[in-house]
Design a protein around this ligand. Structure first.
Ligand code: 5GP
Length: 201
């Protein structure tokens, strides 16, 4: 088992997972956010290399061919994928790596790395999600409808996740998320060196 911890977080568009994740990484320096690559165009305010690596479809297809991604999907007509390099390096260094990816990718990661932890962020209810998504005002009505339809599909798969975290407000959701990470770090199976230490006294 690797010394670090791989945490995968998903949640429907508009649930506020980006904000929760930011709150967590800002306050916990040992939690490293894995920046994904995508072929979608940046939204206003998004920064290349921080929110995503914004690349062309051709460049993305090259990354697939060169085996540079742990996983990738085509989601709402755009490619999204997790570059291997940072994830492996940081886990090797004992850090907690956080991937923010959609459900298909999350389930693929769990198959490949069964000791990763899958967390799903839920809205308090579906109406709230609709309001938040429209309120964001970053997408056309068609895109909003597409994302809501996709959200309903994603919600069908939440039983495959290890933890469900309700985002009723960012502060509480980030705190709950932190509790999950702490508990996971203390699991007996992740602490073989402690077992050795105390069984050899
Ligand atoms: P958005 O366009 O709203 O930034 O992201 C759309 C969806 O793609 C979100 O559910 C987000 O979590 C997911 N996503 C972002 N990066 C990746 C990735 O590297 N792999 C996968 N499978 N999904 C991703």
């Amino acid at each position: 088992m690797s010394p670090g911890l791989l945490i995968v977080v998903s949640g429907p568009a508009g649930v506020g997972k980006g904000t929760v994740v930011r709150r967590l990484t800002e306050r916990n320096r040992d939690i490293v956010f894995s920046v994904s690559a995508t072929s979608r165009t940046p939204r206003q305010g998004e920064v290349d290399g921080k929110n995503y690596y914004f690349i062309s479809r051709e460049k993305f297809e090259d990354m697939i061919k060169n085996d540079q991604l742990i996983e990738w999907v085509e989601y709402c007509n755009n490619y999204y994928g997790t570059p291997k390099e940072l994830v492996f390096r940081e886990i090797e260094n004992g850090n907690i790596v956080l991937l923010e990816i959609e459900v298909e990718g999350a389930i693929n990661i769990k198959k490949k790395y069964p000791d990763c932890v899958l967390c799903f962020i839920l809205p308090p209810d579906f109406e709230e999600l609709e309001n938040r998504l429209r309120g964001r005002g970053t997408e056309t009505e068609d895109a909003v409808r597409g994302r809501l339809a996709r959200a309903k599909e994603e919600l069908q798969l939440i039983s495959k996740y290890d933890y469900l975290i309700i985002n009723d407000n960012v502060e509480d959701a980030a705190e709950r998320f932190k509790c999950v990470i702490l508990a996971e770090k203390m699991k007996t199976a992740r602490n073989k060196s402690l077992i050795d230490k105390y069984q050899n006294i």
